[in-house]
Design a protein around this ligand. Structure first.
Ligand code: C2O
Ligand code: CU
Ligand code: CU
Length: 492
């Protein structure tokens, strides 16, 4: 029997009874075009909610609906009726009050990814559950010295995190710079992927895809498929990019333009640095400066090999190839967005103020050294015939505390990947400073998601400052997190 291509499998999943009755190639192609994305729209920016008088108070309503997605209306989930949700903009030292209203048919909650805030009570507490029809009032106090930059929010209800983000629940958070980065334009680019069935609704992937980490057939920026935007030659734009994909790594290029990296996650560089490519693991953010030169340039996501799991019954389980029809990855990659540069020269933009000095935990006194082993395999904390996803041999249990750290100390963690697939390791609340990859020293930089390469290991240092309480670390391939690759840390 010929294997069913991934696209067809997704369509079959969504056809339902009407297809059985009508059948035929005509229906097939009309459904196919109904679900295929509309490209080339003007790039939209999510609505911004700004603090005033030291407070940002807002309501986020998570609800299903027919929402604009990929240029059509799709059956999806959104915050306040949009994908992405509104951008939350505030400053260090301010208070964020969010009422989360759950209009979904299942439990949810809220996590502020990357923010250095308390994990306790009604702050960034991932152990909170908001049942359908319920609501919860979160309140977060940002410390006075909170690093400026790009963060994001998304649900964190264990077991449904991947599905809820894949269906559209995510949004950006910006902690404003004390001295704004001078730029001709600021653009927020939230990259996500999803899969739509024949009726244009977000599709749930099959079990093997969850184990590999689902990659959607459609790549989106701010919910749009390859949107376009314009600049003038000499413009210097500030792009803030989040990888909101559940499992897809983004190896990005923008040929024909000068691209500089301003920072990743909360780790700003001292000075912008020229780059050809930027790799964002799921959850990572990059802030770029793009100096525009005449012509049309496409921001592309190039193929990235994150490995495969040795699967059940000898089948390899890996990400499905992107849509191309012939089952091979397109070496030119997928278009995320298109920049058209034309017109008269723009006026010059002032220099970027110097960033912070590099982090220096490298010389800190280390109070504890730990090893965390990321494991996948049959019988590892899994049910019959299921693949297990574990940290130090154990699947997530919210009632168990796996790691206890002393407040005010610095620890060194070596995260070891014993599987043939990359896992992006994420720690809540406390940023990690990169020390070494596979034993080789790397530039010290702050990250909240660190890629641990297949069969490799990464060493980081963490300062457990400011906050005590219980929180989590996990693989940010969110299917893996939902399947158990998460642990509990308590700082006290
Ligand atoms: Cu972006 Cu624990 O998550
Ligand atoms: Cu997080
Ligand atoms: Cu993983």
């Amino acid at each position: 029997m010929a294997p069913i291509s991934r696209r067809n499998a997704l369509l079959l999943g969504g056809l339902g009874a009407s297809a059985t009755i009508a059948g035929g190639a005509g229906l097939w192609s009309s459904l196919n075009s109904r679900a295929s994305p509309v490209t080339g729209q003007d790039l939209a920016q999510p609505a911004a909610l700004r603090s005033s008088g030291g407070i940002l108070a807002a309501t986020l309503e998570a609800a299903p609906g027919r929402l604009p997605l990929a240029g059509r209306l799709a059956g999806a989930l959104g915050y306040n009726g949009g994908i992405p949700g509104p951008t939350l903009r505030l400053r260090a030292g301010e208070v964020l009050r969010l009422r989360l209203v759950n209009k979904l048919a299942e439990p949810t909650n809220l996590h502020l990814h990357g923010l250095h805030v308390s994990p306790q009570g009604n702050s960034d507490n991932v152990f909170v559950t908001v049942d359908p029809g319920g609501s919860f009032d979160y309140e977060y106090q940002l410390p006075a010295g909170h690093p400026p930059g790009l963060y994001w929010y998304h649900p964190h209800h264990h077991g449904r995190v991947a599905a809820q983000i894949f269906a559209g629940l995510f949004g950006a958070i910006i902690v404003e710079d004390a001295e704004p980065v001078p730029a001709s334009a600021e653009r927020i680019l939230l990259v996500s992927d999803t899969s739509l069935d024949g009726a244009g609704d977000v599709a749930e992937p099959a079990e093997p895809e969850r184990m590999a980490g689902r990659e959607g057939a459609v790549l989106l920026v701010n919910g749009q498929a390859n949107p376009r935007f314009a600049a003038r030659p000499g413009d210097r734009e500030h792009w803030r990019i989040v990888n909101c994909c559940v499992a897809r790594y983004l190896r990005m290029r923008l040929d024909g333009q000068k691209v500089q990296l301003l920072g990743m996650d909360s780790g700003r560089l001292q000075a912008p640095s020229d780059v050809q490519e930027v790799l964002l693991a799921p959850g990572n953010r990059a802030e770029l400066l793009v100096t525009a030169a005449n012509g049309e340039s496409v921001l592309r996501a190039l193929p990235y090999d994150r490995g495969r799991l040795a699967g059940m019954a000898g089948r390899g389980m890996g990400p499905a190839p992107p849509e191309g029809g012939d089952g091979t990855a397109d070496p030119a990659g997928s278009a995320l967005a298109t920049l058209l540069v034309a017109g008269g020269p723009a006026s010059a933009v002032a220099a970027v103020p110097a960033g912070p000095a590099p982090p220096e935990l490298g010389s800190a006194v280390v109070a504890a050294r730990r090893q965390l082993v990321l494991g996948t395999g049959m019988g590892m904390g899994a049910g019959m015939g299921m693949m297990g996803f574990t940290i130090n041999g154990r699947a997530f249990d919210e009632s168990r505390t796996d790691t206890t750290a002393a407040a005010g100390t610095v620890e060194e963690w070596t995260i070891i990947n014993r599987s043939p697939m990359d896992h992006p390791f994420h720690l809540h609340v406390w940023p990690m400073q990169l020390v070494a990859e596979n034993g080789r020293p790397v530039e010290p930089a702050l990250r909240d998601v660190v890629n641990v390469p297949a069969n490799g290991w990464v060493t980081v240092r963490i300062a457990f400052r400011d906050f005590t309480g219980r929180s989590v670390y996990h693989c940010h391939i969110l299917d893996h997190e939902d399947l158990g690759m998460m642990g509990v840390i308590e700082v006290r």
